[in-house]
Design a protein around this ligand. Sequence first.
Ligand SMILES: Cc1cc2nc3c(=O)[nH]c(=O)nc-3n(C[C@H](O)[C@H](O)[C@H](O)COP(=O)(O)OP(=O)(O)OC[C@H]3O[C@@H](n4cnc5c(N)ncnc54)[C@H](O)[C@@H]3O)c2cc1C
Ligand code: FES
Ligand code: FES
Length: 496
Amino acid sequence: MVKKLKIDINSETMDIVSSEQLTLLQYLRQNGLTGTKEGCASGDCGACTVLLGAKEGEAPFITVNSCITPLLQLTGKQVITVEGLTADPRLHVVQQQLIEKHGSQCGFCTPGFVMSLAGWLENRFCKQGAMIQAPARALRTEVVEAISGNLCRCTGYKPIIEAGMAAALEIAETGSRFQSLASLTNDIPGQMDTEQSEPVAAGEDVKKAPIMMRPGSLQELDASLMRWPQARLCAGGTDLLLEKTQQGKPLDCLVSCLEVKEMNACSISEKALLIGAAASYSVIEQYCQSIWPDLGQFLKRFGSPQIRNRATLGGNLATASPVGDMSPLLMVLNASVIVRSTQGVERSIAVGEFFKGYRQTVLNDGEYIRAVSIGLEAFNGFRRFFKNSKRTMDDISTVMGAFYLDVSSSRVLEARIAYGGLAAMPIRVKAVEDFLVGKELNQACISRAQALLKEVINPLSDVRASADYRSHMAASMLSRALREQGGEILPAVTVG
Ligand SMILES: Cc1cc2nc3c(=O)[nH]c(=O)nc-3n(C[C@H](O)[C@H](O)[C@H](O)COP(=O)(O)OP(=O)(O)OC[C@H]3O[C@@H](n4cnc5c(N)ncnc54)[C@H](O)[C@@H]3O)c2cc1C
Ligand code: FES
Ligand code: FES
């Protein structure tokens, strides 16, 4: 089925006709915009980074990995590639600084770094209305975070970081050379101009189904899924699109939930925080700043800025990955998954009961995750989330530990402990929780809890780590959480 849609690319409105599920990167390169590079095609290296005009509630432009962004999800969106970064005949300030600081050698990664840094500057500028100077150390931290989803094999990063800092300082000091990217894009109607697809009966040629549906409400989503039961739900696509780019699967019929209003919102009632299943981590982080301030800190360890700008909680839970970061964290917060069927019937399932095996959930056919609900009492107790991974940023967990403790006068009233990376699915460690309740928290108790933990878990050895390492890491996280709860100040965890 041929689809026609409009996307603004570098301030040119493109009428796109596509009969297959292209990634944004494929489209750009097929159409001569070859400044955007393909490195890994799996969201890891950042060479394909472009800027995308964002949704309400997000920063004005977000960086995304175009290699795993489905083109047909972008109707009505604005895309800026490295070719469209400036209307000025001179180079963008980031490009100029990369030259001056020798931040580019073979150059393959450079467009990706340019886009990450330009997006960071744009959003920093727009948020504050001017480029505010920051102390060098804080500025450096910001630059490192901005490029944490970009890999360079040549420069060693130092000159790239210096170029990012120098670009921010140049704008702050001279006030010049900063043309907001918003002035480079057109407003285009969000309406997709589609050829209507005819209904097909079960068993008919799957190719007659739409390649990408973009319902705007729950009712429309239900109708799409009922009409096309073979359709796969696509949220940020940061897991799903790897099936295409790494395994060569065609992903012929997708239904995007990114435009479903009810699935994108976050809200707080008297009793609970409700997070829409299709809200990106960047949106969630922004929304939860006051109620759940430690979430933002933890999310810096989740993927990269590009991934967090697209990936969703619904997608994370639905993949049921044993090393998914959010499952243990939500388990100890006693969160529930709000599941909806295509008939519009909803049920609530505790996150701890949502997984039934390796990459398996209790979702029935036709059911999907609408939202995640977290009771507000979860934000009163002591919580710690520790992620151990080979690289500090942009890496999946080797072991992920989450701890919730309610302790009064050194005695444990309640303990919830969950891990990822220790079994085929995320687990709660009830034996250790039960052991801790009623105990006085002292070194002897912590050592006994660690020993018990090692007895009851049975981690696997794989390419990421040995069973022994995982067991040791899990025990060390437990000890750290318990000691920090007791007020001990421990050195910050800096690596892994
Ligand atoms: C470079 C890179 C780094 C990553 N780093 C991390 C990390 O640090 N920690 C981590 O946990 N994960 C990480 N991931 C994995 C991934 O980003 C997350 O699991 C993410 O939350 C998936 O969300 P999504 O919206 O992109 O899901 P999608 O890819 O859109 O969907 C994933 C699956 O879930 C289904 N689905 C999506 N939404 C729903 C819904 N509402 N209801 C039912 N089913 C649904 C889809 O059909 C699909 O099968 C990383 C991935 C990449 C590529
Ligand atoms: S090509 Fe490596 S992240 Fe896209
Ligand atoms: S300059 Fe060669 S990979 Fe970065």
